[in-house]
Structure formats: structure tokens, C-alpha cells
Ligand binder design. Structure first.
Ligand SMILES: [Zn+2]
Length: 313
């Protein structure tokens, strides 16, 4: 009853930051697996865009020093090769052209791109790891003025962390060549996995994820700056499988994401037996779920959404 009342009271709504739709309470009681704090996600009844509520003023506090950890675990090299594949399928080989990676994390994608003859630069608030690889990394894209205009801008799972996506897309546009390409990967808020696991969905990752995108809300966001989606994909296999198995395990571990933390080497705070139990359950569930993942991909409803967009002439 309380949940219903809360929903009635809170469902008066506010205007969507992307279009004229109205934001309604969509997912109450979303737990941050690291602090145990509770958040909600409101989403637009028109474009499906979601926002985390409330928005912490001190977001830095929610990024533990090991947050970026080894985000892709053992599959890091695979992820970078696949991402370079998305780039080359869209724009062809590098030929010394310029690529900026926004929210470049530890810089491993930039390094892989540099090896494929891209001239690279990146942005990241916590740039120490990437700079240690000898890469040029600034806090914001506007500090890369002398590197612009670029041929390609990539945002691999960074747009969901950025406080103001419309202004980020505007900055990208003003630093991109007229025939340049922007490539964005985000968790798919409208995916089957997201809808079925509700507030327990692994890739909600509140409050670090301030924004939650669907294909239509990305289309609206990009369209406002004259970008048109030219290609899209919806698979990052490990995100999908681990997304399913962890999201199903989360309710059993009081909102914590121990299986995922073990895979990404961030589970030191749990005892060995807890780690082993979660690893075993996670692997068993993953094996059970793996066969259905290709079907969600074919249905365009996988857990990751990747789009490439160009400016309309
Ligand atoms: Zn909207």
C-alpha cells in the first residue's frame, strides 16, 4: 500500500529534459550496491529517457577508488577489439585521423586505437591511469581545442554518467568535423533484461548512472544537435550475460552485486566463502541464460545499445 501511495503522490511528474514529455516515477527503491543507499528512477512517458532521483551534489563520494577496477575483467581486450570494429565499420580504417574518447577511463581503448593508427586524445575526470600510459587526457573536451576538429568521438559507457547530456552532445558537435562521427554505447533502459529485473537491474548502477537511455531518447538527444543515427548495434555479450545473472542474484544478496564484483576484481571486502558462493551461483545462472541472449539481441532488446551518428547536411 505504501509503495502504491508513494507512487500516486510522486507521479505528478516534471518535464523531460530532452523533449516535451512528462517524467514519472518508474523504478522506486533502486539500491546502490556499494553504499546501500536508495534512489529512484523517473522516466519520460514520451521518449523513455530516465533520470536518477535524487541527484547527489557530491557524486565523487560514490566512486570508490576501485570503481573503475578492471571493468571488463578478462574480456577487456575483446571489448576494445569489438569497439574498434564498430568504429571501422562506420568510418573505415584510421589513416592517421583523429579520435577523441570521452570518459576514457584507464585509456585502454585509446591505446588500442593508437595501435591501429588513430591519432588519439581523451577526456576523464580521474586521468592518472590513462596519463600513465603516455596518453593525452584532459578533464573536458573543450580543453582539447588544439586537437579539434576530430573525425570520431567515442563515448563507451560514459554518457550515462554525465550530468548534462545535451550540453555534452553540443560540445562534441562543435569539436567534430562536418563529416565526423559520434559513437555512443549505453545500457539499454528499454531492454528486456531491464524491464524484467526492474529495480534490481545491474546496469542501473545508481547514483553513478545519472541518465538511463533508450533508442528513442538517444535519437531525440542527438537529433536536437542535428545528428542522425546512421548505424546501431545492440550487443556487448558479457554485459548481457552478467547483467542477467547478477540482476537475478541481487535480491538474494541485499542489493549487493558480489558476482559482478568478483569478476571485476572489486570483491576484496567480502569473505572468501561469500565470494566463492556468488561466483558459483553466477556461473551456473550464466550458463543457463547464455542461450537466450542471442534472441534478445535479434529482437533489438539486448542490454547494451550502441549508435553511430553523423551530422545531417
Ligand atoms: Zn522525453
Amino acid at each position: 500500500v505504501w509503495a502504491w501511495l508513494e507512487r500516486r503522490i510522486l507521479s505528478t511528474g516534471f518535464e523531460c529534459p530532452l523533449d516535451s514529455g512528462t517524467m514519472h516515477l518508474a523504478r522506486p527503491g533502486v539500491i546502490d550496491p556499494y553504499t546501500g543507499e536508495s534512489f529512484a528512477i523517473w522516466s519520460c512517458d514520451h521518449c523513455g529517457f530516465g533520470q536518477t532521483v535524487p541527484r547527489p551534489d557530491d557524486i565523487g563520494r560514490y566512486y570508490a577508488p576501485d570503481y573503475h577496477g578492471d571493468r571488463h575483467g578478462a574480456s577487456g581486450g575483446l571489448a576494445n577489439r569489438r569497439r574498434l570494429g564498430f568504429v571501422s565499420k562506420t568510418v573505415g580504417p584510421a589513416d592517421g585521423r583523429r579520435l577523441v574518447d570521452i570518459g576514457c577511463g584507464n585509456g585502454s581503448f585509446m591505446e588500442a586505437a593508437r595501435q591501429r593508427d588513430w591519432e588519439v586524445a581523451g577526456t576523464e575526470l580521474n586521468a592518472l591511469d590513462a596519463r600513465a600510459r603516455g596518453l593525452r587526457v584532459e578533464s573536458t573536451i573543450d580543453q582539447l581545442e588544439d586537437f579539434a576538429p576530430v573525425d570520431v568521438a567515442t563515448l563507451w559507457h560514459s554518457l550515462e554518467h554525465i550530468p548534462d547530456p545535451p550540453s555534452m552532445i553540443r560540445s562534441v558537435r562543435s569539436n567534430l568535423k562536418p563529416d565526423g562521427v559520434i559513437i555512443i554505447a549505453v545500457p539499454n533502459f528499454a531492454s528486456l533484461q531491464s524491464r524484467m529485473t526492474g529495480s534490481n537491474w545491474l546496469h542501473l548502477d545508481v547514483p553513478r548512472h545519472l541518465n538511463h537511455f533508450t533508442k528513442s531518447s538517444i535519437t531525440v538527444l542527438l537529433g536536437a544537435e542535428r545528428f542522425e543515427i546512421v548505424r546501431s548495434w545492440n550487443l556487448e555479450f558479457e554485459y548481457d550475460i552478467v547483467g542477467w545473472s547478477q540482476s537475478l542474484l541481487t535480491p538474494l544478496t541485499q542489493g549487493r552485486t558480489i558476482f559482478f564484483d568478483v569478476l571485476t576484481h572489486r570483491a576484496e571486502r567480502f569473505t572468501r566463502s561469500v565470494r566463492l558462493a556468488n561466483l558459483a551461483s553466477g556461473i551456473a545462472l550464466s550458463a543457463f541464460i547464455a542461450p537466450i541472449v542471442p534472441f534478445t539481441t535479434l529482437a533489438g532488446s539486448a542490454a547494451t545499445l550502441i549508435v553511430a551518428a553523423q551530422l545531417r547536411p
